[in-house]
Write a protein that binds this ligand. Structure first.
Ligand code: FES
Length: 88
C-alpha cells in the first residue's frame, strides 16, 4: 500500500517501527537500505538513522526522519500517520 509520505516499516526482533521512507539527505528509499539491529543505513551515501526514533546517527544526512506510532491489530500493522489540518 502506498502512503504519502512514503513510510518504511521495520521489524526489529518482533517489534515494529515506522519511519519516513525518504532519506533526508538525497531522497533515497530507506526501505532499500541496510539494517543492523535498530539502525538503518541509507543505500546511497550511507547515512544512518535510528529505526526507533528517526534520529540521524551518522552523516551525510543532518535532519531526522519522522517516526510514527505503530499498533498491531491481529496480523495487521497499523501506522498512525497524522493528517495535515484542513484549512478553516
Ligand atoms: S540519499 Fe541517503 S545518505 Fe544520501
Amino acid at each position: 500500500m502506498e502512503t504519502e509520505p512514503p513510510v518504511a516499516v521495520f521489524n526489529v526482533d518482533g517489534e515494529y517501527f515506522a519511519i519516513d521512507d525518504t532519506c533526508t539527505h538525497d531522497q533515497s528509499s530507506l526501505a532499500d537500505g541496510y539494517i543492523d539491529g535498530d539502525v538503518v543505513e541509507c543505500a546511497w551515501h550511507f547515512a544512518k538513522f535510528s529505526i526507533r526514533t528517526g534520529v540521524v546517527l551518522s552523516p551525510p544526512a543532518t535532519r531526522p526522519v519522522c517516526a510514527y506510532r505503530v499498533q498491531l491489530r491481529g496480523d495487521d500493522v497499523m501506522v498512525d500517520i497524522p493528517q495535515p489540518e484542513e484549512p478553516a
